[in-house]
Design a protein around this ligand. Structure first.
Ligand code: SAM
Length: 291
């Protein structure tokens, strides 16, 4: 028995459950510890892959657990869950990092690991998570194991970008071992991703669905009310390559939103330049003071 009693998980050995050669397989300890913690009456696994969850469930005496994956004919985007459950574990693909069409040797366009855009992947993942949530009985839990990814130098935080459905009960960090990216030596400042996220969502009501999502917004500081003069002056100096005259600063900041709310915005700029963080290099010319 190993109930989860800390929010950091580390399993250097994945255990004997499932096919350890199945690409992207997870440690059976995760599933075992979740079952030890929640003692669900029944258990469904979505994205069961190489059979890790099935082996754990069998060992724990779950006679009617269900393990669903494209490789046993169940399509998360097309098919519904066959019944309700008080505990569902899912371990979706991490976008297209591993192409499961190649693993299966058969192309299915609804495979979440298809080389689709990131937005499309998140959209599909949300659809599946919604389906899983709806199959939970009240009081039931969905535990999802998911990792962030890096592609062409860009960091994609799947855990942040996917919609959270249900009430978040726990957010655990699981250490990853033997990841592809940690095997290489990189030049420059590169921090390999060596963790995954295990989120546990609870269904607390029959009709109520608790949803949380993030959005990408690009603001322009010049159009914002809630910005300090320091930030505005710093940005203007940076736009000018690191050095600016008072006249140039006036010119850049003259129409900014913040200036509308003060009677003498030029005086505000001069006052800001006298504060720490800026350096007068010659009469009427300033740089950032980052020494
Ligand atoms: C990260 S793997 C799961 C690995 C598993 N936990 C294990 O230990 O072996 C993700 C799985 O999602 C499956 N998958 C991808 N798209 C799917 C879909 N639309 N419906 C069902 N399964 C899908 C893949 O076949 C793959 O087995």
């Amino acid at each position: 028995m190993s109930e989860l009693n800390a929010s950091i998980l580390s399993y250097p050995h994945r255990g004997h459950w499932g096919d350890n050669t199945y690409r992207g397989n997870c440690s059976g300890h995760v599933i075992k510890d979740l079952l030890d913690t929640y003692h669900p009456d029944n258990f469904i696994e979505v994205f069961s892959g190489g059979g890790t969850g099935e082996d754990v469930a069998a060992e724990y005496g779950y006679k009617d657990s269900i393990h669903l994956d494209l490789n046993n004919g169940w399509d998360a985007l097309k098919d519904d869950l066959p019944r309700s459950s008080d505990f569902i574990f899912s371990h979706p693909p991490y976008w297209s990092i591993i192409d499961y069409n190649k693993v299966r040797g058969e192309y299915t366009d609804t495979d979440l690991s298809c080389n689709s855009s990131y937005e499309e992947f998140i959209f599909k993942l949300d659809q599946v998570n919604e389906k899983i949530y709806n199959a939970l009985t009240v009081g039931g839990r969905h535990a999802i194991l998911i990792g962030d990814v890096r592609k062409k130098g860009h960091y994609y935080s799947i855990v942040k970008d996917m919609t959270w459905i249900g009430v978040l009960e726990s957010h655990l960090i699981k250490q990853q071992f033997n990841t592809e990216s940690s095997k290489y030596q990189y030049n420059g400042k590169f921090i390999p991703i060596t963790h995954e996220h295990l989120l546990v969502f609870k269904k607390i009501g029959v009709w109520q669905v608790d949803v949380k999502w993030t959005r990408d917004v690009h603001y322009n500081l010049l159009e914002m009310n809630r910005v300090t003069w320091r930030a505005l002056v710093q940005s203007a100096i940076q736009e000018l390559g690191g050095q600016a005259t008072l006249a140039q600063l006036y010119d850049i900041l003259k129409g900014c939103k913040r200036a509308e709310s003060v009677s003498d915005w030029k005086a505000k700029i001069r006052q800001t330049l006298r504060a720490s963080g800026f350096k007068r290099v010659k009469k009427g010319t300033y740089t950032l003071d980052i020494s």
